[in-house]
Design a protein around this ligand. Structure first.
Ligand code: OGA
Ligand code: MN
Length: 291
């Protein structure tokens, strides 16, 4: 199987040629995918026939340890009984589409804010691998923003000013901006984490903005001023020229680098249209020390 990539956007994102990732296990091929992740940050693999276990096994082969401390795990166990397999769906444990008021649905709607996966944990997420199992007839897309191109587009003075800044990321913060309320017990499980505002890919040396709706404040700065800078940077980084919009087909596996992209789900009629995807995210174990 040869590995080919077709660019999907002027700055980032590419679609891989015909390849069955269930059969990819040799070091050379896995290394080639990793090199493509460094180059493109978002990769689309069509027509993957993963079972849950095959998806988990590929993620392990590709990048090692899996992230399991999801925000939703603090609200209750998922329907798969394995928190490394994140349920990105609008389906309840009984198999029906979630009721409008379902608390898990209200929580999951937060994925429509620009974010990176698991930036509210330490270690944070590195690669997320999202596999489409059931896709509605209506558009229910995911958008990705290229945080390398956004960083490169800042002027020299701004880039220099960001160097060394540290940011607190909290999922309770991002959900609370939507008015979602957590119990004290849930809040105790979700304390957040501190990460640099500028991330450097240790392999390519490429810098990127590390932002998310979870980013609540800049450490050592007054809160309003830090929040304003985070908002301005997010507005800059999510301009249309930095965004790729993915229209899902059943079988798509999209891998993104959480260190160098943000993403968000786009609205659709999720109280009627069934949509089921499964995500596995690896741990960014060589992330720079937080505090
Ligand atoms: C995710 C996510 C958005 C979507 O899987 O991490 O944020 O469109 N998904 O479902
Ligand atoms: Mn996400």
């Amino acid at each position: 199987m040869a590995l080919t990539f077709q660019r999907l956007h002027p700055h980032f994102a590419a679609e891989a040629g015909d390849i069955d990732l269930r059969r990819v296990s040799d070091r050379g091929m896995l290394e080639a995918i990793r090199a493509a992740m460094d180059a493109y940050r978002v990769l689309v693999f069509r027509a993957q026939q993963f079972s849950d276990q095959e998806q988990i096994a590929f993620a392990r082969r590709f990048d090692g340890e899996l992230h399991a401390k999801t925000g939703s795990a603090a609200l209750g166990a998922n329907r798969f009984g394995d928190e490394a397999l994140t349920d990105i769906s609008n389906v309840a444990a009984d198999g029906n589409i979630m009721a409008r008021e379902d608390r898990k649905r209200q929580y999951a709607l937060g994925n429509r804010l620009w974010h990176t996966d698991a930036s509210f944990q330490d270690p944070p997420g590195r690669y997320s691998m999202l596999h489409a199992r059931v896709v509605p007839a209506v558009r229910a897309d995911t958008e990705f923003a290229d945080m390398c191109a956004a960083y490169d587009a800042l002027d020299d003075a701004m880039r220099a000013g960001l160097e060394g800044l540290r940011v607190h990321h909290s999922i309770t913060y991002s959900r609370q901006t939507l008015g979602f309320e957590f119990s004290p017990e849930e809040q105790a499980l979700l304390k957040g984490a501190i990460h640099p505002l500028v991330r450097v890919n240790p392999r390519s040396g490429r810098r990127s903005l590390y932002l998310a709706s979870h980013a609540s404040r800049i450490i050592d700065w007054p809160v309003p001023e830090g929040r304003l800078l985070l908002r301005d940077l997010t507005e800059h980084a999510t301009q249309p020229q930095f965004v790729y919009r993915h229209a899902w087909r059943v079988g798509d596996l999209v891998i993104w680098d959480n260190r160098a992209t943000m993403h968000r789900g786009r609205p659709f009629d999720d109280a009627r249209e069934r949509r089921e995807l499964r995500r596995v995210t690896t741990l960014d174990l060589d992330a720079p020390p937080a505090a």
